[in-house]
Design a protein around this ligand. Sequence first.
Ligand SMILES: NCc1[nH]cc(CCC(=O)O)c1CC(=O)O
Length: 334
Amino acid sequence: MPESVVAPFPFSRPRRTRQAPWIRDLARENSVGTGDLIWPIFIREGADVEEPISSMPGVNRLSVDRAAIAAERAADLGIPCVALFPNTPRERLSEDCEEAWNPDNLVNTATRAIKRMVPEIGVMLDVALDPYSIHGHDGILRGDEIVNDETLVALEKQALAQAEAGADILGPSDMMDGRIGVIRQALESNDFPNTIIMSYAAKYASAFYGPFRDAVGASGQLKGDKKTYQMDPANGDEALREVAIDLSEGADMVMVKPGMPYLDVCRRVKERFGAPTYAYQVSGEYAMLAGACDNGWLDRDRAVAESLIAFKRAGCDGVLTYFAMEFAEKMATE
Ligand SMILES: NCc1[nH]cc(CCC(=O)O)c1CC(=O)O
């Protein structure tokens, strides 16, 4: 930040540059557009279905065909990328999570369907085992431990199946140690040199993921918490170490998650590394805002826009947000 030189009042009157829309436009430091957004979509089984998620009013689980149509609409509105999350049928959950590397699982099938219908939109997939495990954890459970290195073997298989299906960005969201290096090595050795890795680098053990676990059907199962692998919300320096590790292992882009309660972390990450930096405005943040808006306590359009510009102001290059479509639709009509 350049040191600001400010004249004493009345020579300095900050209100001069706020007096009318044209001068506010001219003085504005940041902007957020549809090109900054990644839209997360929940995928479910079946055909021609859209199923509401009660803890995320306004968000639906879509069948693969509906997801492809939605992705086409997103592309038309200028959204560059969608992120897909599966609501895996119960009978496909297991201890070993082999559904995660099934080439025909929900997200891989949806990726192929979207890439066929809308080749110009980016598709991002989460690399993590929680939507496939019977216990809802992001790794393999042995006794009461989430075992790191055995999980890496599973994540590698999952990542390769996703790259094979045509995913453009892989988003390891599991917080195992060493996973970026393993996945990058596997991609290089298997002729996927262009697959992008957006690492969930600073991912906190947060209360704000509750509605997501509902959406993917993992809330019932989860035993205990994720504190042995996700970060302590009290820590900031540790986030910088996590980001440093992931970049040094070959991540192209990094993410901070959740978003709004961690804007300080976004700022520090961007300033320290200058890498492409993203925030995930997570399900609980969506639920909080949507709930207040639905009750008439907040003006939805304004609250959503303000929440998104905050990420840009904090230094993020983009945001994963469940508000992406409504924001894009609003922008298109303005
Ligand atoms: N590893 C899975 C994953 N990927 C994205 C989210 C949360 C997204 C959201 O809350 O919107 C989670 C949940 C978790 O870690 O428990």
